[in-house]
Design a protein around this ligand. Structure first.
Ligand code: MD6
Ligand code: FE
Length: 202
């Protein structure tokens, strides 16, 4: 797993948060549920791009439409496509952008692998914004490393780390949360947002 801590400056983070607010105005956050017993995740999600990741009683899936509005997902903003081109690939662009919302204080995300994509040789790129995440990752489920992902951090699953296990143990409030500074009603106070860019189709 590759970590680029402090990768994005405040201006760039602000631009992304503004672009996200436009996505959320058309495609509101919703609570996914776990496949087996249908119990809710401790985060909310939304998507942009041709394919949006969802989870419900039927399993994990990539779908073309928002499950509540039944509308197509908004386009992935240029600010995010540019980061993919810079760090992953100039030619093949992502067709899926998952937006995870962690509302302080008790959001978390279980240990998982990202393996619902058709071609697992394509990388996954993630961007962290707002509150800190205590992020756990590793090749082996029982031997995980821990790192603090702050606002502006980029991380990537690529090459030999593509199928690493990972999850968010907890969220830590920060003194100055850049999302609060931006003052958009769609984002709760002290939240963390994580964006993951992927190529779902071949
Ligand atoms: C999160 N991230 O940071 C959850 N997946 O909130 C992920 O699940 C993730 O950070 C694939 C690649 C990078 C990630
Ligand atoms: Fe993941």
């Amino acid at each position: 797993m590759i970590f680029l801590l402090n990768s994005l400056d405040k201006n760039y983070q602000t631009k992304i948060i503004k672009d996200l607010s436009k996505i959320i105005s058309k495609s509101p956050f919703f609570t996914p549920t776990l496949p087996r017993f249908n119990n809710p995740f401790k985060i909310k999600i939304s998507n942009a791009g041709k394919w949006g990741w969802v989870s419900n009683v039927n399993g994990y899936q990539y779908v073309r439409e928002h499950p509540i509005t039944n509308k197509k997902w908004p386009k992935i903003p240029k600010s995010l496509l540019f980061l993919w081109q810079k760090h992953c690939c100039k030619i093949n662009l992502p067709d899926s952008c998952l937006i995870n919302l962690y509302s302080f204080p008790n959001s978390s995300l279980g240990i998982h692998q990202d393996k619902n994509e058709k071609d697992l040789t394509n990388p996954v790129l993630s961007i962290s914004l707002g509150s800190n995440a205590i992020f756990r990752y590793g090749e082996n489920k029982n031997k995980l490393n821990e790192i603090c992902l702050k606002s502006g951090a980029i991380c990537m699953l690529k090459g030999s780390s593509r199928l690493y296990y990972h999850g968010v143990k907890k969220i830590q409030k920060v003194k100055k949360n850049i999302i609060d500074t931006c003052d958009f009603d769609c984002f709760p106070k002290d939240c963390r947002i994580n964006i993951t860019l992927r190529k779902f189709e071949f």
